[in-house]
Design a binder for this molecule. Structure first.
Ligand code: PMP
Length: 397
């Protein structure tokens, strides 16, 4: 049966981690990761999470099946994070949400559902994008193309290229956008640019799929939802995948949500009934633990406040690392302008380092980055920053 099965290519980022783990050098630094580490280089367990977990253990709740679409309080809270307290859209009943297995699970059930609705449509993703976007939509049966996004020369956005490309798409093309904190580049359109993008999406009858995996890591929870709210103000029907993996530091619990904005309350009921069939045939219903923890935090005022403070702490630390990295590079005599790092948002930075420079960083200095030059700013800390900056200075010299 399995004789003809070929060995699949290794995941480049996981391969990098394996190489890092096998490295015996004392000063090694892994900037290839996609997670937030604290200033001690540890994966944090948030206090808010700890408290919610303690409460859960105290309650000694049985572990029955959840509804197919997950915990109602979780889904409602996920919607509030997207659209804000007192949102008219939410009151209208046009929004429906299903708890999902992380942001990946939300993308997957969204993709499967869309394939049923729009079997002939193509999907376009940004160039570059999170590497799993293409694979996910291709697995769901779509052809996936890209739209121009990153401009290597300016270390910023190729906005005119992006807009022109969107304008040329056939109606009902599914367009995947990163709603904030673009992975892997860290480059986001400005709000004014988003206003132009949404006009094109509407005029050309495109289908927006917003991926929001880093809400709270850019400028704040409300600020980072502004693009989602902008699309909603334009009365668009759309899909949104939320990931809480980073914002709650709950990577392994698989916490996410898929939210759909439909045209009417009545339509929502029909749409949810079909989405539930997609879920039922994928994994039946979501797991209880992570969802309960997140739901408890989002629905308990004291825990919510604690969580927003902890999230702000993560955001501020990343931003401080950006500032300090740029300063340290100057201190080490680098002539090139790295101020673009300060404009980027979220956990990542396209550093502008070439694949050859990334190889030298790793081989000669034990500093690991992705070959594209992507570094995880959230893996920098006061203990490794100087070594990283000094090493970059050496490979740029
Ligand atoms: N979308 C983007 C842009 C991401 O960066 C990630 C995770 N790195 C995800 C979705 C998936 O999130 P999760 O780990 O919750 O599945």
């Amino acid at each position: 049966l399995f004789e003809s099965v070929e060995l699949a290519p290794r995941d480049p980022i996981l391969g990098l981690n394996e190489q890092y783990n096998a490295d015996t050098r004392a000063g090694k630094v892994n900037l290839g990761v996609g997670v937030y580490y604290d200033d001690q280089g540890r994966l944090p367990l948030l206090q808010a999470v700890r408290k919610a977990e303690m409460a859960r253990i105290e309650a000694a709740a049985a572990r029955g099946y959840l509804p197919i679409e997950g915990i109602p309080g979780y889904n409602k809270a996920a919607q509030t994070l997207l659209f804000g307290q007192g949102s008219e859209l939410l009151a209208s009943g046009r929004v429906l949400t299903a708890q999902s297995l992380g942001g990946t699970g939300a993308l997957k059930i969204g993709a499967d559902f869309l394939k049923q609705l729009l079997p002939e449509s193509k999907v376009v993703i940004s160039d570059p994008s999170w590497e799993n976007h293409r694979a996910l939509f291709e697995r769901a049966g779509f052809t996936v193309d890209t739209y121009p996004y990153y401009d290597a020369e300016s270390h910023g956005l190729n906005f005119s290229g992006m807009l022109q490309s969107l304008q040329a798409l056939p109606p009902q093309t599914i367009v995947l956008f990163h709603a904030c904190c673009h992975n892997p580049t860290g480059v986001d359109p400005t709000f004014e640019q988003w206003q132009q993008i949404v006009e094109v999406v509407k005029a050309k009858n495109l289908v927006p799929f917003l991926d929001i995996a880093y809400q709270g890591f850019g400028d704040g929870l409300e600020e980072d939802a502004s693009v989602v709210r902008l699309f909603a103000q334009h009365d668009l029907t759309m899909l949104i995948s939320s990931s809480f993996s980073k914002s709650f530091s709950l990577y392994g619990e698989r916490v996410g949500a898929l939210t759909l904005v439909s045209s009417s309350k009545e339509e929502s009921t029909r749409v949810l009934s079909q989405l539930k069939r997609v879920i039922r045939t994928n994994y039946s219903n979501p797991p209880t633990h992570g969802g309960t923890v997140v739901s408890t935090i989002l629905n308990t005022p004291e825990l919510y406040t604690l969580w927003t403070e902890e999230l702000a702490g993560m955001r501020d630390r990343i931003r401080a690392m950006r500032t300090q990295l740029v300063q340290k590079l100057k201190d080490h005599g680098i002539q090139q302008d790295f101020d673009f790092v300060l404009k980027q948002r979220g956990m990542f930075s396209y550093s502008g380092l070439t694949a050859a420079q990334v190889d030298r960083l790793r081989d000669e200095y034990g500093v690991y980055a992705v070959s594209s030059g992507r570094i995880c700013v959230a893996a920098l800390n006061s203990g490794n920053l100087d070594h990283v900056a000094a090493s970059i200075a050496k490979v740029l010299a």
